[in-house]
Write a protein that binds this ligand. Structure first.
Ligand SMILES: *Cc1c(COP(=O)(O)O)cnc(C)c1O
Length: 313
């Protein structure tokens, strides 16, 4: 059963490196590796670039001249979408929730350097924002393209099916693959990708938001499998989830901040307080519970987020 991937457009620099975290491995008594998707090659790097390679190819194919996306005020996804649009010469408008740090720091500083049209809406509902995109898009009068929050639809998830394919070609077998789950697309892609290219790996998504990921993840996996023309059974046995949200989405947690500090101190490597710090705290908790054998190879996907470190850290 061969997966048939749709066209993508080159935005990042791939493959991203994988290397061992020697000091963390010694501390935990297992083999911890990191996939450096924080070095994916545009702006500050991050997981959204793999999704955008599919989403913006689709936008181009549909003749779109204006791209909209959304997220919170410090959205890494929105900043990376803006950067990708700049690189590709496409117009971009960010309509962000007026939630979180809206001042010109972190990702907002980067948006401002790129001279991006950023508009804030005082709402908790993405439906309000998608309706506003349609209003602005209609007024624009030419074809426009709406990318959902986090780029997390079935098409975007293919970026992480691709990522596991890439991992499988980097010469190692992993017993565990672990990543953050914030809007679901990354984890869904990794879980589906592991079914296809790393069947020996147990996939765990570290939830950093409170959405029903037990429903969102398989739904995105099914959609992605459909695009790839695959007829495979997807159920809740294909992946595990762990709640690492703590006090709330984008509100730093004690465990998450401790993980950010640990990686900085032990490895000279920076995680972020919203996603990767909380996700790595989940890896540390699993190690403490004895989930990893000394001979296991555990892969943590560093999904980026450096911009948030400068707004919240
Ligand atoms: C968006 C994001 C995630 C979560 O990915 P989803 O596909 O939205 O679940 C993880 N880490 C960072 C740094 C992100 O920006």
């Amino acid at each position: 059963m061969e997966a048939k991937f749709p066209n993508k457009i080159s935005i990042g620099i791939f493959p991203t490196p994988i290397h061992k975290l020697e000091n963390i491995s010694r501390l935990l008594g297992t083999n911890v590796y990191i996939k450096r998707d924080d070095m994916s090659g545009l702006a500050l790097g991050g997981n959204k670039l793999r999704k955008l390679e599919y989403l913006l190819a689709d936008a181009k194919a549909k003749g779109a001249e204006l791209v909209f996306t959304t997220g919170g005020a410090q959205s890494n996804h929105a900043m990376l979408t803006a950067a990708a649009c700049r690189k590709l010469g496409m117009e971009c408008i960010l309509i962000l929730k007026k939630r979180g740090v809206c001042e010109k720091v972190g990702n907002q500083l980067l948006n401002s350097l790129m001279d991006i049209d950023v508009r804030f809406m005082d709402t908790d509902s993405y439906d309000d924002i998608y309706a506003e995109m349609d209003r602005v898009g209609e007024a624009f009068g030419r074809p426009y393209y709406k990318i959902p929050c986090g780029g997390s639809n079935a098409l975007g998830s293919l970026g992480y099916v691709d990522c596991v394919k890439e991992i499988s070609r980097q010469g190692m077998d992993f017993d565990h693959i672990i990543c953050a789950e914030g809007s679901g697309g990354t984890m869904a892609g990794v879980a589906l990708g592991a079914m296809l290219y790393a069947p020996g790996a147990k996939v765990t998504g570290m939830m950093v938001d409170t959405d029903p990921f037990d429903e969102i993840t398989p739904a995105l996996m099914k959609g992605a499998a459909e695009i790839l023309g695959l007829d495979i059974e997807i159920n809740d046995q294909n992946f595990a989830l762990r709640d690492m949200c703590g006090p709330g989405y984008a509100i730093p947690s004690e465990e998450g901040n401790a993980a950010v500090a640990l990686l900085a101190r032990e490895e000279g490597l920076f995680l972020d307080p919203v996603y990767t710090g909380k996700a790595f705290a989940g890896l540390l908790a699993m190690a403490k519970e004895g989930a990893f054998k000394p001979t296991d190879n555990v892969l943590f996907i560093h999904t980026g987020g450096a911009g948030g470190l400068f707004a919240l850290g």
